[in-house]
Write a protein that binds this ligand. Structure first.
Ligand code: PLP
Length: 390
């Protein structure tokens, strides 16, 4: 007898990024602009906090919600930076990355068949996470001409009697888009009018450039009670491998998410939680230094891609450029595969982030300036070879 896979799991596509990077792994001398993870090691004081906690023998389980001291640190951090207050006793849950928090939040609020509106191009897990929670994904296409922002009127058009959740991520992976506060205000008012739950993924919120402030929808009037605020340390604090995220929401939502977390995960790793306290309480200067470096790289990569004839919006946040490669005459996947095979540069086809990404590729600038320069030289050669062949 063979084991049968559940149909809704069998139907899920594999991540376009993973497929692509399996090819990359089989090759040598590849310069990668593909990975969405900082090239910096976690700042030393954060690593040291984890080492010190191990030395003191802190190796056990923690409360399901997470260490009380970490939850207090999260409450202070969110209040200071996002101007929303949450009670560390029952409104905050520490998770295994934002990835787990997204899954828990959707499973906690969706009934089978409920619709979830979100904007595409978007992070690869959104559509599958909705499906795994037996919801129905309803993507809204955002456009380069509009800076990939989300418009309240587009949400309104996508509403149906089954719409339950609006899921957002600003600054956005893969486009680097941010939201103007006046549009966010309109979206907040729409969510109140139609009684939507908002799931806001704030994972890149520290990484905004040109001294632009970040605005969270959770802080708008009447939104705290209907918002599940998700954040984590992977990106801004260079802590991808520690697997720490958190959710802040009204107590009954956190209680529901905690029940799923309790039975499936139990708790996030204590070593990582100890490190997270240090990051939130004393990590800011190291984070600002990394952000400064990303901004220099962003300016460089964006200027060079535009100069080569690939129109590329200046991203306002995160660490990706989403470059328009339509002039090449190739689709995103062919462009990326040929660039990899012919010039050994890895970028991610825009379609990995939804159909709205066709005609674009994502290049990450979370890699050193020297490697970015080398990649751009090779991309320029590729561009010339395409022009000659045309
Ligand atoms: N949300 C977005 C928008 C991301 O880009 C990522 C990772 O790339 C995640 C969530 C997952 O992050 P974590 O490492 O916290 O699970």
């Amino acid at each position: 007898m063979s084991i049968r896979v559940a149909k809704h799991v069998e139907r899920l596509p594999r991540s376009g990024i993973r497929d692509f990077f399996e090819i990359v792994q089989g090759m040598s001398d590849v310069v990668s602009l593909g990975i969405g993870e900082p090239d910096f090691a976690t700042p030393w004081n954060i690593r040291e906090a984890a080492i010190y906690s191990l030395e003191r023998g802190k190796t056990g389980y923690t409360s399901n919600l997470g260490l009380p001291r970490l939850r207090r640190a999260i409450a202070n951090y969110v209040e200071r930076n996002f101007h929303v207050s949450y009670n560390p006793l029952n409104e905050i849950l520490v998770t295994v990355g934002v990835s787990e928090a997204i899954d828990l939040a959707l499973r906690a609020v969706l009934e089978p068949g409920d619709e979830v509106i979100y904007h595409e191009p978007c992070y690869v897990s959104y559509n599958p996470s909705v499906q795994l929670a037996h919801g129905v994904p309803v993507p809204i296409q955002t456009r380069a001409e509009d800076g990939f922002t989300l418009r309240a009127e587009e949400i309104e058009k996508a509403l149906s009697p089954r719409t339950r959740v609006l899921m957002m991520n600003f600054p956005t992976n893969p486009t680097g888009a941010t939201m103007p506060p006046d549009e966010l205000k309109k979206i907040a008012s729409l969510c109140r009018k139609h009684d939507l739950v908002v799931l806001t993924d704030e994972i890149y919120s520290e990484l905004t450039y040109d001294s632009q402030p970040h605005y969270s929808i959770a802080a708008y009037e009447g939104m705290r009670e209907r918002t599940i605020f998700l954040h984590g340390l992977s990106k801004a604090y260079a802590m991808t491998g520690w697997r720490i995220g958190f959710a802040c929401a009204p107590a009954e939502i956190i209680e529901a998410m905690m029940k799923i977390h309790q039975y499936s995960i139990l708790c996030a790793s204590i070593m990582s939680q100890e490190a997270a306290i240090e990051a939130l309480e004393r990590g800011e200067s190291a984070m600002i230094a990394m952000r400064r470096e990303y901004e220099l790289r962003r300016n460089y990569i964006c200027r060079e891609l535009n100069a080569m004839g690939f129109p590329t919006c200046m991203p306002k946040g995160a660490f990706y450029v989403f470059s328009d490669i339509r002039l090449s005459g190739l689709d995103s996947k062919t462009f990326s595969l040929r660039l990899l095979k012919e010039k050994k540069v890895a970028v991610v086809p825009g379609t990995a982030f939804g159909q709205a990404g066709e005609g674009f590729v994502r290049c990450s600038f979370a890699t050193s300036l020297n490697l970015i320069k080398l990649a751009l030289e090779r991309i320029s050669e590729f561009r010339s070879s395409l022009a000659k062949a045309a």
